[in-house]
Design a protein around this ligand. Structure first.
Ligand code: GLN
Length: 476
């Protein structure tokens, strides 16, 4: 059935729907079948089969009358940390495994208003903490390229849902690379917007001064279409930005010419620890850009060596505070095993949270405790400023920074489970962007000799997602 759908972008799907060659119900059925036949990848936590098919009928009518929304024809999955009213909202955790969301996230409202169809909610690391999607209460997600390997995390389910053709687009979330890293491991594109560009209302908090919602897709134009709909000020999120939202779908059509923009590559991102094949591949891309006449020069981000420490200190501190609310009283799971209130709190949290979440809560509580606050938390904040200043300085000289997205390709399931530090080093090229609150994109850059994909990352100045999408186009 419908053999060509796999290669169509949103614009083409919309044209097929308009001309009547494709029916929206058949499109939804196509994706449902892909979900069904690839269950072993463990991607979806909830599939909204009936809702999706009903919406398809309603939206088809609008298409036929010529009054459908901007995203009619889009079938999308949502990471299970973003609320959809009356649907299970687990955050990949036992502690919320029986919790239904009571309202729609703003991004969900905006998608629905433009006639997107939400096909289900996808697996992720517990409370978005992880780089491999092995930390989910619902089990690991498998990489579709090689089922013995991880898809990356924490938005692994989102990445695989797109890479394995179970939907066209997925929304994920980032605190330190959770969109770009799995996009890189699965061979697709992932955009992390500027902090504040997309409302966080309805996104369950991990580290609130870092968290942002972002988009996975196979095609840059599709990502631009969705960005246009979900971005912009939201009265319900005081940290959402008032900056005007460009018409991304038009912006992306404007091709950058040599001389118009400058690129930099940070020497610190090509040092020890980077896989040789990835290094060669990315340097080749840079060479190619130069040969096409673009200005590319080496730049320096001198505080890069402090990124991982700073990121884990600050995000764990925020997480320990944000996760205090899961106490067995207000949400989800409550331990049966207690004879007084304190025991109920303790046992609920002991039984409800997984090992990685507990590690972060302990680390965060420690760095915030009196006596250690100045030594760790305050120092971390100062370092965050330094890292941000590195970027501010570089963006006076260049418009975009190019780097690998990850130091390696996808690793084997279980390979890094006993070594949290090795796991944390996955974020070495991505977490700086979240510390500095800037936007970045990962696009497919090639495959290693085992056939495993890796990504090229482009980082941009605050609120220049349109520029990022245009810069990314130069590599396609
Ligand atoms: N891997 C990082 C972490 O474990 C990033 C997570 C994220 O971006 N949500 O914290």
């Amino acid at each position: 059935m419908l053999p060509t759908i796999q290669n169509l972008n949103l614009k083409e799907i919309r044209e097929e729907l308009k001309s009547g060659k494709l029916k929206l119900t058949d499109l939804v059925k196509y994706y449902l079948e892909k979900i069904e036949t690839q269950k072993h990848l463990n991607v979806f936590i909830s599939v909204f089969k009936d809702d999706a098919l009903n919406h398809a009928l309603e939206i088809q009518k609008k298409i036929d009358c010529g009054n459908a929304g901007k995203l009619a024809g889009l079938v999308i999955s949502i990471k299970d940390v973003i609320s959809i009213k009356d649907k299970l909202h687990t955050c990949g955790s036992k502690i919320l495994s029986n919790f239904n969301a009571i309202y729609n996230a703003t991004v969900v409202e905006r998608l629905i208003a433009e006639d997107a169809i939400i096909i289900g909610k996808v697996n992720c690391d517990e409370f978005a903490m992880g780089s491999s999607n092995e930390n989910s209460y619902f089990g690991a997600v498998l990489n579709p390229v090689d089922n013995e390997r991880v898809p990356g995390g924490s938005s692994g389910g989102s990445a695989v849902s797109v890479a394995a053709d179970m939907c066209l687009i997925s929304l994920g979330s980032e605190t330190g690379g959770s969109i770009r890293q799995p996009a890189s491991f699965c061979g697709i594109t992932g955009l992390k917007a500027t902090y504040g560009r997309i409302s966080r209302y309805g996104l369950t908090a991990f580290a609130s001064s870092f968290d942002s919602i972002g988009i996975f897709g196979k095609n840059l134009n599709d990502i631009a279409d969705v960005m246009e709909v979900i971005s912009g000020k939201d009265e319900k999120d005081s940290t959402s930005a008032i900056e005007q939202v460009p018409t991304f779908s038009d912006e992306i059509l404007k091709k950058f010419k040599p001389g118009e923009v400058k690129f930099g590559f940070a020497k610190e991102y090509f040092e020890e620890g980077l896989n040789e094949e990835i290094k060669k591949g990315i340097l080749l891309k840079i060479e190619h850009l130069k040969n096409s006449g673009f200005d590319v020069k080496e730049i320096s981000l001198p505080h890069s060596k402090y990124v991982i420490q700073t990121y884990y200190i600050l995000t764990s501190a925020e997480a320990s505070s944000n996760l205090a609310r899961y106490d067995g009283v207000r949400y989800g799971f409550r331990s049966e095993n207690h004879s007084n209130l304190e025991e109920m709190y303790v046992n609920t949290r002991s039984e409800g949270f997984g090992a990685e979440v507990k590690r972060r809560i302990m680390l965060g509580t420690y760095v915030l405790s009196s006596g250690y606050y100045d030594a760790y938390y305050r120092k971390g904040q100062k370092m965050r400023r330094k890292i941000t200043e590195d970027f501010e300085n570089v963006f006076k000289e260049v418009d975009f920074i190019i780097s690998p997205t990850t130091p390696t390709t996808a690793f084997k399931i279980g390979e890094k489970n006993d070594d949290p530090l090795a796991m944390y080093l996955n974020d070495i090229y991505t977490a700086s962007v979240n510390l500095a609150a800037i936007p970045a994109i990962s696009i497919p850059a090639g495959n290693d000799s085992k056939g495993l994909p890796y990504g090229l990352q482009i980082m941009g100045n605050k609120f220049d997602e349109a520029g990022l999408l245009r810069a990314a186009k130069l590599f396609t």
